[in-house]
Write a protein that binds this ligand. Structure first.
Ligand code: AMP
Length: 297
């Protein structure tokens, strides 16, 4: 496994590997490339993406980059956990071919001034609490796609809004990459695995269970026929508020496409929450589909 920080070097090396690992038969075919973009401090959620990429592609590139432009000035850019050595070992075990780990100055050199914005989708939910966040995400993902030129790129449903923003980005800018989305990997008690979980103290970690528990409860309500979105939002709020260490950022019951809040739950719904547990902001969501075929009587 190789680790490269310079975007030009990565591109050059990938050009070589595409030929080396491609089919030598006539006509020659370049090896396919799967990209897994991450901010590092790897966990089972990331590794599930790597494994899927390993299955689908001849080459797997893992990017590790804590992207400064997606963090607000008061956010945790400096404190965000980083451990390249540990990540390298995990990546190697999982069968990554190449780690792309640039420095901030290699991605955003002096004078950098081009940004990508997916309008509308970027302003809601996490975008409302974190202005500029999705502009930063869309920009770095566009850059990664241009540097790596992947056939497929792998993202987790854990960041449900990010998935919608990136799918729209790829569609609107006619990018050739296929976006593969994998389900949220959870701890035994249901909490979504996240690099930020290390911020939680023991008591907070216990309190954080209110998030998956409430989503699980909400799913049961919808499956049992609840279609009144306001009532569901209110009940979710009450359940989370009952946990003293939790403070709600948002509770959303939306259409799962445009992130529009719905009045009545239709065929597809995304229930998404952001909750502060102490100083740690955690997000989670569930998407339920095919609801018009069942439930409502
Ligand atoms: P991050 O390093 O947090 O930016 O995440 C990198 C990628 O891993 C994103 O596509 C995330 O959605 C995905 N990811 C993070 N946590 C999980 C999880 N618990 N399950 C599945 N994917 C995840």
């Amino acid at each position: 496994m190789e680790i490269i920080g310079d975007p030009q070097k990565l591109r050059k090396r990938l050009d070589e590997l595409r030929v080396e690992r491609g089919s030598g038969f006539q006509p020659p075919r370049a090896a396919t490339v799967g990209l897994v973009p991450t901010m590092g401090y790897l966990h089972e959620g990331h590794l599930a993406l790597v494994r899927a990429a390993r299955q689908d592609n001849e080459l797997v590139v893992l990017s590790i980059f804590v992207n400064p432009v997606q963090f607000g000035p008061q956010e945790d850019y400096e404190e965000y956990p980083r451990d390249l050595k540990r990540d390298t070992n995990l990546a190697q075990e999982a069968g990554v071919d190449l780690i792309f780990a640039p420095k901030a100055a290699q991605m955003y050199p002096e004078g950098y001034r081009t940004f990508v914005e997916v309008e509308g989708l970027s302003d809601k939910l996490c975008g409302a609490s974190r202005p500029g966040h999705f502009r930063g995400v869309a920009t770095v993902v566009t850059k990664l796609f241009h540097i790596v030129g992947p056939d497929r790129a792998y993202f987790g449903q854990k960041d449900g809004q990010q998935v919608l923003v990136i799918k729209r980005l790829v569609q609107d800018l006619n990018m050739r990459v296929e976006i593969v989305v994998l389900p949220t990997v959870r701890e035994k008690d249901g909490l979504a695995v996240s690099s930020r979980n290390v911020y939680l103290g023991a008591e907070e970690r216990q309190a954080a269970r209110v998030i998956p528990d409430t989503l699980h409860w909400a799913e049961a309500q919808v499956r049992a026929g609840e279609r009144d979105a306001d009532r569901l939002r209110e009940a979710i709020r009450e359940r989370i508020a009952a946990e003293p260490l939790a403070r709600i950022d948002y509770v959303s019951v939306n259409d799962g496409h445009e992130l529009e809040e719905v009045d009545r739950i239709g065929d597809r719904v995304m229930v998404a929450v952001a909750v502060w547990i102490g100083k740690t902001r955690l997000i989670d969501n569930i998407v339920l589909e095919g609801l018009s075929r069942c439930g409502e009587s």
